[in-house]
Design a protein around this ligand. Sequence first.
Ligand SMILES: [Zn+2]
Ligand SMILES: [Zn+2]
Ligand SMILES: [Zn+2]
Length: 260
Amino acid sequence: MEEEDRIDEVLPLSTMYAILEECHAKKSKELVCVDYYLAAAIDGFDVLKKVADNWATTEDLTVEESKTLKNDLKMGHEYLQTDFSIHLQQHTEVISHCIQYALGDPDNKDFTNECEQHLTVCPQCEALTKTLNELKNRIDKKVSICKIESCDELDDLEIKQIETDYAVFNIFELRSHIVRSKLSDMERAKDISELDETKAYITLDWAHKLLPTKYRETQKDFFGKDGMSYHISHVQTVKDGDFIDYSFVHIIENNKQVKF
Ligand SMILES: [Zn+2]
Ligand SMILES: [Zn+2]
Ligand SMILES: [Zn+2]
């Protein structure tokens, strides 16, 4: 703000603290062992931003339009990684936030739940879908015009078209992934809340030693590394009316990770 000479727009300190009271700041940290979905979608947004930049240089868009497009992408990205998951519910009137509707299989009655009507749309979800579809349509149109006019840049454009398609696909995949993981989290919380002395909730996974990490690395980068030989079994249950948990650590010498 200071650098941009917008110092008068800075909120008073007391107001900032009041906001922080209500709405806790989330520290953004490096992403270790990010799942593929997230890494692919982040790359997707980067690709699309570059496309928007490129269109400003080729004068397909004015500088202003390109800026707006990039800003729309940024907003969509932020929304997807923050509020979207919070807005999801088992069933809600907002069609893009209804888990039941999103995860139902229209071809299999056993995997659908009847929903009441979905009467509202979410402006942020709509905006992201619209931005991504517009990008795709624009590049498709450029390719077909180029084909008709047999212009020189056809190869180049077709590569851009593939990259754009892939980027948009990965962003939508992340959105689906968020819906699925939200449901798993809800189910997990439900199972844990229903624990009693006859039940245990066991989570099995590999742990790892502290290793040098990239700022953003995928599971593929991560699991290729040496030195990950700890296997953890975490058991949650109830004893004498209290929640208790046990952790069992197995150290596996030959360094091979096998799926259970
Ligand atoms: Zn919200
Ligand atoms: Zn619904
Ligand atoms: Zn939404």
